[in-house]
Design a binder for this molecule. Structure first.
Ligand code: LLP
Length: 432
């Protein structure tokens, strides 16, 4: 992994000694590398936005959303995709440019739509018929016109975990591509005095390593671009391909953005010419690929339990509350003993968490030095995406803080939760 190095038996991340970070900031703690985030943003610029002028990236906030992250993106000139009032609220706290915010979601609440319209977000990605009325009502209230992208369900099956496939026909996301459903939606948007129809959106799945499903979905999308032109004499000005670009957790081989984007852009240009429209603006929504490898989680070793002839459990002070991905998707991670980083890996153990659940295993089979003992620091790698954002308070364990590191410097990005904060909204009803 980038920005990870071993010096004198210790693991360093973006110039910081991770064992020292654990001592100074406590454990469990998420650590995010500023340099690694910037490296990915620069790759996106080189391989996409600068190569294809007028294209745009809208970072998918759901992968890792904090005010500091929004500040980084704002400075880098990137746009963001938000899927809730909460993500939008955090963006508003750093005065994220409203026109650079794109609002997704399959069931946007009336109050979320109100919040988005009043802030004046750049795009609302329409995900259902009933949403039109809600958006129009908010537009009327604030006397604004909203740019609308319509999300389609292209009906392709990308190869990834079932829970993160979104583009197949049977999906809660997007408008089904059935003539009698889809065309009236477009017609309503086109005819509305409050809505500006901008284009079509798709997102087929996550953690993808091949480009064929993207290209298939693009073909489907472009057929409907042609259809919209024929039916309504309306030109699609923008297309959004969503996110999904795969990352390295253990031994997956990450593909450069250009592997996905070059053939997509070539096909987009070709199909636009055939249809007889100017090539639409292309937008992508990478989330995981920007932050996954930019994050590690540090834990401290507690109980070590050996079941003779069966297995050895090494427990740490976090677990499924800070990383639900193993239990939810059977996700695989690599770990390393941060303060014994150069010692030979002689033993295989199960790295488990402290939560009251048998499924709370972080790494079912981890190789470690046989000298591992209480107090050692374990780093689990590639936890920057969907770790912090999917954290929970299960067992009333606090959600760990996030430290940002950059070339040897380290500072809180999110402070750890306190017990008081966990129970601050608890109320004892007076009839108890
Ligand atoms: N755009 C849309 C509309 C999406 O639904 C998603 C992810 C993205 C972009 C970003 O996809 P990415 O580039 O991060 O793959 N919690 C799961 C991932 C769920 C992804 C949901 N949508 C996980 O931990 O693997």
């Amino acid at each position: 992994m980038n920005n990870l190095e071993i010096r004198d038996n210790r693991l360093y991340f973006d110039g910081c000694d991770t064992t020292e970070l654990a001592e100074k900031f406590g454990t469990p703690v998420y650590v995010m590398s500023y340099s690694e985030i910037m490296r990915r943003i620069n790759e996106l610029k080189e391989q996409f936005t600068e190569k294809y002028p007028s294209s745009r990236i809208a970072y998918a906030s759901k992968a890792f959303c904090t005010t500091g992250m929004y500040e980084i993106l704002k400075k880098a000139g990137a746009c963001i995709d938000v899927v809730s009032g909460g993500e939008l609220y955090a963006a508003q706290q750093v005065d994220f440019p409203a026109e650079c915010v794109e609002f997704n979601g399959n069931n946007k609440l009336p109050e979320e739509i109100d919040q988005a319209v009043s802030y004046g977000v750049g795009r609302i990605i329409l995900d259902g018929l009933q949403e039109i009325e809600l958006i129009e009502a908010a537009c009327k209230k604030y006397q604004k016109k909203m740019n609308i992208m319509v999300r389609i369900t292209p009906g392709v099956a990308a190869s990834t975990h079932d829970y993160i496939v979104t583009g197949k026909k049977d999906s809660k996301f997007g408008i089904p591509l059935v003539e009698e459903i889809f065309l009236p939606v477009i017609e309503q948007v086109v005819d509305s005095e409050y809505l500006e129809f901008v284009g079509l959106h798709m997102h087929i799945g996550s953690q993808l390593f091949e480009n064929d499903a993207y290209l298939q979905a693009l073909d489907v999308l472009m057929d409907w671009v042609a259809r919209i032109k024929d039916e309504f004499n309306v030109t699609v000005k923008e297309v959004n391909f969503g996110g999904g670009y795969g990352v390295t957790y253990t031994d997956e081989e990450r593909k450069p953005y250009s592997f996905f984007m070059d053939p997509m852009m070539e096909r987009l240009q070709k199909r636009s010419e055939e249809i007889g429209i100017p090539c639409p603006v292309a937008v992508i929504e990478p989330g995981r690929s920007v932050v996954a490898e930019a994050g590690i989680t540090l834990y401290k070793v507690g109980q070590i339990k050996e079941i003779p002839g069966v297995r050895k459990y090494v427990s740490v002070d976090g677990g499924m509350g800070d990383n639900i991905r193993v239990a939810l998707y059977q996700a695989e991670y690599k770990g390393i003993v941060a303060n014994k980083a150069e010692e030979p890996l002689e033993e295989t153990v199960s790295l488990c968490g402290k939560y009251c659940e048998s499924g709370d295993i972080l790494i079912p089979e981890m190789k470690i030095p046989s000298s591992v003992e209480q107090g050692d620091i374990i780093a689990v790698l590639s936890t920057g995406a969907y770790g912090y954002t999917m954290a929970s308070n299960y067992n009333n364990n606090p959600i760990p803080g996030v430290v940002l590191v950059k070339e040897g410097k380290a500072a809180w990005m999110v402070k750890p939760q306190t017990y008081d904060q966990i129970i601050q909204n608890h109320v004892i009803p007076d009839f108890i």
